[in-house]
Design a protein around this ligand. Structure first.
Ligand code: FES
Ligand code: FES
Length: 165
């Protein structure tokens, strides 16, 4: 076994640290070393999007990156979406609009949609479809997911209007 390296990250607002082999993938580090199994592993080739997290503010695939490459980064995983015991509007919308069936793609969908809505807070259906196209869903036919992302966009927009931002 090669020498272990220390990886330090800020994950969901908490400083975390672990020791792993230099060849360990970030997704495996999150799941196995930090116990954050909400991020899923599908293809491990950067294709399916199940492993998508938000890394330093942008959606990124955690299966095509080594944990050591993420050392010092700020990461948001699906576990960090819920705040003060309350589901994130995207999570609520996925539940409400039947945006999931088996749920395997859902963490990647949520994190991708979160990043997408930051850059396009009021998307058309076509824009949502393009925005989430990097994540593959085998169950839903996508319509529920698209409806959910648009509904979440409306909720988040209304919240911003209330805050006057
Ligand atoms: S598991 Fe990372 S893209 Fe499929
Ligand atoms: S809900 Fe099953 S893969 Fe998307």
């Amino acid at each position: 076994m090669s020498d272990l390296v220390t990886v330090r990250l800020r994950v969901n607002g908490i400083e975390r640290e672990g020791r792993c082999e230099p060849r360990k993938l970030l997704v495996d580090f999150l799941r196995e070393d930090l116990g954050l199994t909400g991020t899923h592993v599908g293809c491990e080739h950067g294709i399916c999007g199940a492993c998508t997290i938000v890394l330093n503010g942008e959606a990124a695939r955690s299966c095509i990156m080594l944990a050591v490459q993420a050392d010092g980064s700020e990461i948001l995983t699906v576990e960090g979406l819920m705040q003060n015991g309350k589901l994130h509007p995207l999570q609520e919308a996925f539940r409400e609009h039947h945006g999931l069936q088996c749920g395997f793609c859902t963490p990647g969908m949520l994190m991708t949609a979160l990043d997408f809505l930051k850059t396009n807070p009021s998307p058309t259906e076509a824009e949502v479809r393009e925005g989430i196209s990097a994540v593959l869903c085998r169950c839903t036919g996508y319509q529920g997911i698209v409806n959910a992302v648009q509904a979440a966009a409306r909720t988040l927009g209304a919240a911003r209007a209330d805050r006057g931002t």
